[in-house]
Every structure is written in C-alpha cells, then in structure tokens.
Design a binder for this molecule. Sequence first.
Ligand code: NI
Length: 183
Amino acid sequence: MAVRPIRTLPDPVMRAKTVRIKDIPAAMGRLIEDMVDSMRAAHGVGLAANQIGMRQRVAVIEIPDEEVRIFLNPEIVKREGERKVEEGCLSVPGYRGTITRSEKVTIKAIDLKGRPFRLKAEGLLAQALEHETDHLNGIVYIDHLESPDDLYKIDEDEEEVDGDPEGDDAAEESGLEEAHTSH
Ligand code: NI
C-alpha cells in the first residue's frame, strides 16, 4: 500500500496535459495500485494520475459498491444531454461547485493489457469520467463554473460527521449521497 499525497491547486502538475501511453510500462500496475490506494485514503470516487504527480494518461474510478475501473488513455468520444451537478475535487479541498455536465458519455480507452474498449455511462460514472478526463487534459471542474457564485466553501469536518445513521439512509435513498463525492 502506497498512499501518495494528493496535489492541489495551484500545483502546476494540475494544469499540465498528461502523456498518452504507447507501450505499457512494467511499473504501470504498481502506479495504478498507488492511485487506487491514494483515492481510497482520500475517500474519492476517482483519481487522475497527475493528482499524485504522475504524467501518464491514466485514471481510476471507484463508484460506491462497484468494482474499481481503470482507464488508460481515456478519451470522451460522445456526449449526450446536459444536467446540473454538484461537484467536488480532491485537488480543490474545502470547496464544492455547481456546474453543467453531460447526461451520458461514451469513452474509449485501453485496459492494462493494452486492449481497446468503449464504455457508455450515465449518472455518477459519466460525471466521474468527464471529471477525470478533464484532469488528464489539465482542466479542473472550477473551469466550468458559469459564475463565481456557483462555487462555495464547505466545512469538511461537518461533512465527515454528517448526521446520524438514519439521516445517511435518507440521503442515500434520495440520491443526495452523490452530492458529497469528490474526485
Ligand atoms: Ni478532481
């Protein structure tokens, strides 16, 4: 287990475009393990390689109660619909914002063995895919804010101890839990 520190703005690595992988290096499995460990330690649903200071075009996503997903060279090839979402980022701690994302996205990527695949996604997975591919292009969600008023400070301590178990169940059922995720 190797948890690496998450880089935050204004670290220039967050603005550098990552490099497409041509030959998958032997160390790639290890890098991805570190990404997954770092994402889980930070309670994130996704992480892009540059968030731990790496230059490769790699992202990992772990939607709650689903298996971790790994994307090498992810690229969004289709976007459908628009919706307003609340979003947070591990590289912009202490803030959340409301931005416009797609309802559905289709991405192409390769897996750890270099095999190409496509994935069509909606909901939180679509949001995470847009968020992580943005990171890999040097874009952070705050770039999508239509107004500075759509960005607001959060009390992170309060978020950690948010309510009693009954309250958590209610939030899950209403889908509000998604609103507390960061990438
Ligand atoms: Ni992020």
